[in-house]
Design a protein around this ligand. Structure first.
Ligand code: ZN
Length: 301
């Protein structure tokens, strides 16, 4: 065999090996490999964001607990392997699993939804979600327009499907669901008022996700209106208050620095309206640049 041919043969064997490895890996192994690569699932103690509002997630993948005075609302379950950490963090805060009454979700990707089934089983809470992401949650992540069936997780029943702008009230707390599709078709961001330690009231925003991964934004047969959805999502988010800057990943708002600031006695460590606006502006700039690049490429085809 010539040198060039043997290099091609080697390439084919390597490609087949990678494909075989992907199919051989169980969803749990795939998830573990992904979270190991991302370094986002290390167990850490809970952090108080505002009075009765806590980060109970891992080092980077979010889970939030809100004490409403009439039970807890928990938003996001992380990976399957984050769920036990979430329950430990609730215990650390002095809560029992049965105190959790309502589960919410930013979006139905495996790193934010795989833990929901175990948390739902442990707590008996009801899960509310957008109709579009409820489809994915019930299918255990199967059928995502981009991830397909690769990152599967335990299917979880959705007890109530929300409408855009609908409010969820428990005890003294009311959250508003804002549909911010694009990253998933049912991506949901959340706003709610929070009371800080000094008694001041601020508006919190939990951003679903604005990442476009390597999405096809132009002529996408699996999501034809994806670019229009992202554009409308930016209109929605840019119009929302964001005193307390939160989201599905801690790195967006530099969670390690805020965790350290809380430990150093700063009770307003998560109050960051300028950083929130800057994050939205930078994400929008990146989205618009990527859309323009894909539009140019599609004209040239
Ligand atoms: Zn995602």
């Amino acid at each position: 065999m010539s040198k060039a041919l043997s290099r091609i043969a080697l390439g084919i064997v390597a490609a087949l090996g990678i494909v075989a490895l992907i199919f051989w890996l169980s969803p749990a192994a795939l998830e573990r490999a992904y979270s190991f690569a991302q370094q986002d699932n290390d167990a850490l103690p809970p952090v108080e964001i505002a009075q009765g509002v806590y980060w109970i997630g891992a080092s980077d993948v979010a889970s939030y607990a809100i004490d409403t005075g009439d039970g807890l609302i928990v938003i996001d379950g992380g990976y399957a392997e984050t769920a036990p950490q979430v329950l430990v963090n609730l215990h650390t805060l002095g809560f029992e699993p049965r105190d959790v009454r309502i589960l919410l979700n930013t979006h139905a990707h495996f790193d934010h939804a795989a833990g929901l089934a175990a948390i739902k089983a442990a707590t008996g809470a009801e899960l509310y979600a957008s109709p579009a992401d409820a489809v994915l949650l019930r299918a255990g992540g199967r059928g995502d327009f981009f991830l397909r069936d690769f990152f599967r997780y335990a299917p979880v029943e959705v007890d109530r499907e929300l409408r855009d702008g609908e409010t969820v009230t428990l005890g003294s707390v009311t959250l508003t669901a804002h549909f911010t599709p694009g990253h998933t078709k049912g991506c949901t961001s959340w706003t709610f008022p929070v009371t800080m330690r000094d008694g001041s009231v601020k508006q919190a925003l939990i951003i679903c996700s604005l990442s476009t991964l390597s999405y096809r934004l132009v002529d996408n047969p699996d999501y034809p209106n994806i670019a229009a959805d992202y554009a409308r999502t930016y209109e929605t988010l840019n119009a929302l208050p964001c005193d307390v800057f939160l989201g599905a990943h801690g790195r967006w708002f530099d969670l390690p620095a805020r965790r350290a600031a809380v430990a150093a006695g700063n009770a307003n460590a998560f109050v960051a309206p300028e950083e929130c606006r800057a994050f939205l502006a930078e994400s929008q700039r990146a989205f618009e640049a990527e859309l323009a690049r894909q539009e140019r490429a599609s004209v040239q085809r």
